[in-house]
Design a protein around this ligand. Sequence first.
Ligand code: VGL
Ligand code: ZN
Length: 213
Amino acid sequence: MFTLTPTDALLVIDVQNDFCPGGALAVERGDEIIPLINLLGRRFEHVILTQDWHPADHISFASRHPGKQPFETIEVAYGNQTLWPDHCVRGTPGAEFHPGLDIPHAELILRKGFRREIDSYSAFLEDDHTTPTGLAGYLRERGLQRLFLCGLAYDFCVRFSAIDGTATGFECIVIEDATRAVGLGESIGSTQRHFADARVLQLTAREVKNELG
Ligand code: VGL
Ligand code: ZN
């Protein structure tokens, strides 16, 4: 179905302590995918890691909004914002990559969500849907065209990265079993519908590995 080409890259989303069990915004069984991601990493010449990287008073933190609780939604300048427990505060252990992540040949670490007043689930565009992270320019300049996505969380940062990447002209393939979901309300079903509508392909790691040989 496809073979790996020098224009492919593995995009590893937010495999950070705070999204793993014991972390501030733990994704259930989030750490389980790490050995698989390490294996996948070895197949790819080009690997890019993203890192959720917030200031301590970030707009997405419920603690910044008196009377609000994590997982509630509020209206902000750019639309709805889900509120989260304080997580991935820049420079803290929770923001570090999980110690099990072993991809020393990763070529870029892209930090996102570093602006106090804008969240950024997507690796391409911040949540105002206007401010670019610079990733599209980086990929274009390096001639990288097709992205295989994995990491955390399926229904937030993986979702919006794949959708925005597709809309920006990159072919995006989500490696489903190399992700785990937060699961908030309808978030998982809604992710699947958006992937189908945007023609984002979802494959298993086995399918990807078989095809890549
Ligand atoms: C994420 C919620 C808040 C993610 C990041 O990486 O999916 N989710 N910040
Ligand atoms: Zn975040």
